[in-house]
Each structure stands twice: as structure tokens, then as C-alpha cells.
Design a protein around this ligand. Structure first.
Ligand code: HEC
Length: 292
């Protein structure tokens, strides 16, 4: 009987633990709740919010913010959550509770506001217009090596589009190397320019592939244009160095002294083993005299 009581007590305790965070209300004072979000729901702010969310929140709240991360937490997209004002959400993110860390010390206020905007859009994508196609052009300046991206509307009017974040890359053997800033926004003429860094190694002739991209943008669909330029330093061939016997060579190009040393050690070890076995037989033979 005592045993059953203990089991019941443990079960009740376990259930109350599990239910705790769902049932206790999270009190937020009226003036905290009334705090206004100073950031508009704009692509610029959303990109920042998404970066922070992916970096800091996904582990617990999940990619879709449905609470199904590696560590179980709560949904940030369901109706119950979304009914709360920005001020309430701001307070909860800043102060945290239980397993929810207090982010007030880690993130700037604007960063928290931008995450809130991102959560609003995640829950209701219609809060922003669907992404549009654009025309993306790449031109190069020759005297001082520079790359200009021009972003125009995809329709026949070809209007220049400003405030579009363009990413610049140089293609490397494994993937792309970013050049310019993390964000490069087009001006009123739809153009943005970055300079080509010095001392970039190209292929054997010095050719490099320049890549401009619009990616992960909330207003425009992904787009990419490339151009090949002879702007890099020619890749020097190391043929000669690798074809002679040296430590960095392949197996069949190993130095002679290393071959002798390694095989010598193996030969000595085998010699010892053979010698031991030979002596074992001699001992056995010698013993026969006594046991005849
Ligand atoms: C270590 C895991 C963890 C991380 C990281 C985390 N959260 Fe949480 N979060 C939780 C848990 C667990 C709760 C539920 C806490 C409670 O109700 O006591 C929660 C609750 C919340 C709430 C309140 C939910 C509600 O129902 O009102 C918000 C808002 C929130 N998190 C936002 C964020 C944001 C934004 C980030 C990233 C900057 C983040 N969280 C990072 C675990 C985490």
C-alpha cells in the first residue's frame, strides 16, 4: 500500500511539473504591455529579425516558431500568442522565465523589436506583399576594379529599384567568398557598387567569376547574375614540387630514407618474432631428453 502511495505521489508531482509553465499566467504590467514597437514591418527590419531568430531562438522554438525545437518550448505563431501586444512580447523576451532566457542583456532593444516583427510575419505571411521578380544586371569598372549591380523592375518599364539588399561574391573552389558588406543597398538609381579586393587568386590565367545575388529578401524573389573577369592573380602551378620525392609527396613519392627506416623497423620486429619462435622449438626439443 505504501508503495502505491509513493507511485501516485510521484505521478502527481511529475504532472504538476509538466503543467506548471502552461498554467501559470505570465503577469505583464499595463505600461509594459502598452509599449509601442518603434520599427515598421519593412524588409530591412525583417531581415535583421530573421537573422536573430535563426541564430538565437530556433534551438528551442523551432524553425517555424511552433515550439518544436530541440528543447520543447511554446508556440510563437498560434492565435493565443499572437493576440498579445508587441509590448507584452517585448517584456517576455527581455526578462525571460524558467527555461526562457532573459534576452534583455544580450540583444539591443531594436533587435528584440525586429524579432517581434518577424514573428508577426511568420504567423501571417500576408502581413507583407508577396515577393516580386526583378531584373538584376552586373557591370564592371575597369580602371579601378569595381562591380556594379543594377536592380530594375521585371516589367517592361524597367524602373530602378532602391533599397534592395544585394550580395556580392567571388566564386572559389569550394563555394562563394563574400566581398563588399553583409548588406549593400541600392540607391535611387537602382545601383550599388563594391570594389574588387586585391590579391585574389584566380585560375591559371587569373580569371575569376563574379557573382551578384538577391537572396532571402522579403520583397523580391531570389536572383543571380555572374560575370567572368581576368582580375585575379594567376594560380601558380606546384607540379614540379609535388613530382619529386619529398615528405609532402604521395605514397609512391615518399623519400628513400623514410622508406628504408619504416621497412627496416618492420623487418627488425619480424626478425625478433621469428627468433623467439625458433627458440621455443629449441626449448621443446631440449626438454625431450628428460621426458623420454
Ligand atoms: C533555451 C530555450 C529557449 C530559447 C533559446 C528561447 N526561448 Fe523563448 N521560451 C522558451 C520556453 C521554455 C518558454 C516558455 C516559458 C514559460 O512559459 O515559462 C519560452 C517563452 C517565450 C515567449 C513567451 C511565450 C508566450 O506564450 O507568451 C516568447 C515571446 C519567447 N519565448 C520568445 C523567444 C525569442 C524571441 C527567442 C530568441 C531571441 C527565444 N524565445 C529563445 C525557451 C527558449
Amino acid at each position: 500500500m505504501a508503495k502505491l502511495n509513493t507511485i501516485v505521489a510521484i505521478l502527481i508531482f511529475a504532472f504538476s511539473l509538466g503543467a506548471y509553465s502552461q498554467t501559470t499566467t505570465w503577469e505583464v504590467s499595463a505600461d509594459q504591455a502598452a509599449k509601442k514597437n518603434p520599427l515598421e514591418i519593412l524588409p530591412k527590419n525583417l531581415a535583421l529579425g530573421r537573422n536573430i531568430f535563426k541564430r538565437t531562438c530556433v534551438a528551442c522554438h523551432g524553425e517555424k516558431a511552433d515550439g518544436k525545437g530541440l528543447i520543447q518550448s511554446t508556440s510563437l505563431i498560434d492565435e493565443k500568442f499572437q493576440k498579445q501586444t508587441d509590448g507584452v512580447v517585448f517584456y517576455k523576451i527581455s526578462t525571460g522565465r524558467d527555461k526562457m532566457p532573459p534576452f534583455g542583456a544580450m540583444l539591443k532593444e531594436d533587435e528584440i523589436w525586429s524579432v517581434i516583427n518577424y514573428l508577426r510575419v511568420l504567423a501571417d505571411p500576408s502581413a507583407i506583399p508577396p515577393p516580386k521578380n526583378v531584373k538584376l544586371e552586373l557591370t564592371t569598372g575597369e580602371e579601378i576594379k569595381s562591380i556594379t549591380a543594377t536592380v530594375l523592375s521585371a516589367d517592361s518599364a524597367k524602373l530602378p529599384l532602391s533599397e534592395v539588399d544585394v550580395h556580392f561574391y567571388v566564386k572559389r573552389e569550394f563555394g562563394l567568398m563574400r566581398i563588399g558588406e553583409m548588406s549593400n543597398y541600392t540607391g535611387a538609381d537602382g545601383k550599388v557598387k563594391v570594389f574588387f579586393p586585391e590579391k585574389i587568386v584566380g585560375d591559371s590565367e587569373g580569371n575569376v567569376t563574379l557573382v551578384v545575388k538577391i537572396e532571402n529578401n522579403f520583397l523580391y524573389n531570389d536572383n543571380e547574375t555572374t560575370n567572368v573577369k581576368k582580375w585575379g592573380m594567376p594560380l601558380l602551378s606546384h607540379e614540379g614540387e609535388f613530382s619529386r620525392r619529398a615528405l609532402w609527396g604521395a605514397r609512391d613519392k615518399s623519400p628513400v630514407w623514410l622508406l628504408l627506416l619504416a621497412n627496416g623497423i618492420i623487418a627488425i620486429v619480424w626478425a625478433v618474432i621469428v627468433y623467439v619462435i625458433y627458440n621455443l622449438f629449441r626449448i621443446k626439443k631440449a626438454g625431450r631428453i628428460f621426458f623420454k
